[in-house]
Design a protein. Structure first.
Length: 101
C-alpha cells in the first residue's frame, strides 16, 4: 500500500480508528458481562481481547507497543488510587509485565 494515494491511506486509517473505538467499547461491555457471569475463562477471553484491541489501536496510531508496556508497568492509573496500588495483586501484575521483556 506504499504507492496508494495518501488521501486514501488517511481515510483508511481514520476508518480503522473509528472501528477500533467501537470495538473497544463493545469489548469493555463484554468484560463487564463476563465479570457478572463469574466465569474465569470468559473473563480471561474478554480481557485478553480488550488488551489486543488496545495494542492494535496503539500500533495504528504509531505508538510503540513498548511505550504502552512501560506505562502499564509504571503502576495503576491515578483514577484507581487507594489500597490497590500497593496491594499484592498489583505487585503480581507489575512483576508479570516486567517478566515479559
Amino acid at each position: 500500500m506504499p504507492n496508494a494515494d495518501p488521501h486514501l491511506q488517511i481515510a483508511r486509517k481514520i476508518q480503522f480508528v473509528e472501528r477500533a473505538k467501537i470495538a473497544l467499547l463493545d469489548q469493555l461491555a463484554d468484560v463487564f458481562r463476563s465479570i457478572q457471569s463469574g466465569g474465569e475463562r470468559e473473563m480471561a477471553e474478554t480481557l485478553g481481547q480488550l488488551v489486543s484491541i488496545v495494542y492494535a489501536l496503539g500500533a495504528l496510531l504509531d505508538v510503540p507497543l513498548t511505550a504502552i508496556d512501560r506505562v502499564a508497568e509504571s503502576g495503576v492509573p491515578s483514577v484507581l488510587t487507594g489500597d490497590f496500588n500497593s496491594s499484592e495483586e498489583m505487585e503480581f501484575v507489575l512483576r508479570h509485565l516486567k517478566a515479559k521483556r
